[in-house]
Ligand binder design. Structure first.
Ligand SMILES: O=C(O)CCC(=O)C(=O)O
Length: 410
């Protein structure tokens, strides 16, 4: 259901995927006694995670860094989530309890319309930024064909032989190209049901020569896709600037010469106990704006007024998440959205998230035209690079990095 004047209702078309029912009796009978009902712990000193499968006998050791897809494909008939992946999800925040629908969809064609329609679209974006930190966009200008091609090459990448993907495995969160698994690759936390592949983009991508040559079409398709997404983010940043009462180019200028574009493709394999783990734990993005699409399998949930909402798959639209950079720049008028990815028992999910933030050396702080008195400033300045490093390395969940800079802890 739409919430704003400038939004146009679009019937959500979602693949029929249910969250699986857990079988706790099965879990209890197969797990060694010392693992039953224990909070997840992870042996940080070792890279090898102890993986317990459905069988009472084959307790195998697997290098978790090979990823969850590899684990699932190589553990025949896995019936339980291995203990290292069990996340402490509060009873009232179980993935299956999330509310369906009523998230805002905004028709961006209004930005090219007559004044009244343009202003009404800007108002819709501004309200969504303030209330949700999230919205979906239709008529965004990105070609359907390039969206489809991008999903295809990303799927092909995840289907490559393990050795090929492992060439990009790295624990350095600042590396230009990273293949990894879980929340981040350090493994200093309960593991997450997700593999990812991340690299920088940009209008003229500096890291292009690092991008994978395999699948053969990846580089060319990703370059075109990221170029179109770049144009979309300019359009949205302009509308958001105007909504804040700033010059339309204010946010774009604040990003530095070019700003940073980072693409993270995520693969969430099917999971035998979807209520026990998460693809991605609750977090907010560090960048200004994330533009995301998926393969039609539901899984993204956002927190709004302390309640989790499932984001429906609306064909042809993009999800737009506000990140911490915009919350700080707007001095808290707009909120970065806390979100998580949940998993399911029936179909693997792929999502492609493209984050847009400032140059790494930018000092992140509230926009000066929005601050009349010094005392109104809600966030202290911080170098973006330090913020990214802190956010990518944390083992805590939620909007933690933002809270920590507000409390002067980083
Ligand atoms: O898969 C999703 O829908 C969410 C992805 C996400 O939050 C991320 O990549 O940071």
């Amino acid at each position: 259901m739409c919430m704003y004047n400038a939004t146009r209702p679009i019937a959500p078309k979602t693949k029929n995927v249910t969250l699986g029912k857990e079988k706790s009796s099965e879990r209890a009978s197969f797990l060694p006694k010392n693992l039953i009902n224990k909070a997840p712990s992870h042996p940080t000193a070792k890279l090898m995670a102890l993986i317990v499968t459905s069988s009472p006998f084959p307790t195998m050791e697997i290098d978790y860094k090979k990823g969850v897809k590899y684990l699932v494909e190589n553990s025949k008939k896995m019936k339980m989530v291995p203990s290292q992946f069990v996340l402490p999800i509060p009873e009232d925040e179980m993935p299956s309890l999330a509310i369906e629908g009523s998230t805002p969809v905004i028709d961006l064609s209004g930005l090219n319309g007559p004044d009244e329609q343009r202003l009404s679209t800007i108002h819709a974006i501004s309200s969504a930024c303030a209330q949700w930190g999230f919205f979906m966009v239709s008529n965004h200008g990105i070609r359907t064909s390039i969206m489809e091609e991008m999903l295809k090459v990303v799927e092909e990448f995840f289907n490559l032989p393990l050795e090929e993907k492992m060439r990009y495995c790295s624990e350095n969160v600042m590396d230009p190209v990273i293949y990894g698994t879980s929340f981040n690759t350090t493994g200093k936390h309960a593991l997450h049901w997700r593999d990812f592949f991340r690299h920088y983009g940009g209008l003229v991508p500096q890291s292009y020569h690092f991008w994978p040559d395999n699948p053969p079409k990846y580089k060319q398709v990703a370059k075109e896709y990221l170029k179109e997404v770049w144009q979309l983010k300019i359009k949205i940043f302009r509308a958001i600037s105007e909504g804040l009462g700033l010059d339309p180019d204010y946010i774009e200028r604040s990003l530095g010469d070019e700003g940073t574009q980072m693409i993270a493709s995520n693969y969430y394999p099917t999971c035998p106990e979807p209520n026990k783990t998460l693809g991605l734990a609750p977090h907010s993005d560090q960048s200004g704006l994330t533009i995301l699409m998926d393969n039609g399998v539901p899984g993204l949930q956002i927190k709004h007024n302390q309640t989790w909402y499932s984001v429906p798959h609306v064909p042809g639209t993009f999800v737009v998440n506000l990140g911490d950079y915009l919350e700080i720049l707007s001095n808290g008028k707009y909120k970065s959205v806390e979100h998580r990815a949940v998993v399911n028992a029936e179909a693997a999910r792929i999502s492609i998230a493209v984050g847009h933030g400032p140059e790494m050396d930018t000092i992140v702080q509230p926009a000066s035209p929005l601050i009349k008195e010094k005392s109104e400033r809600k966030y202290r300045p911080i170098v973006y690079k330090d913020y990214v490093r802190a956010q990518q390395s944390t083992t805590k969940r939620g909007k933690v990095t933002l809270d920590e800079i507000m409390n002067n802890n980083i």
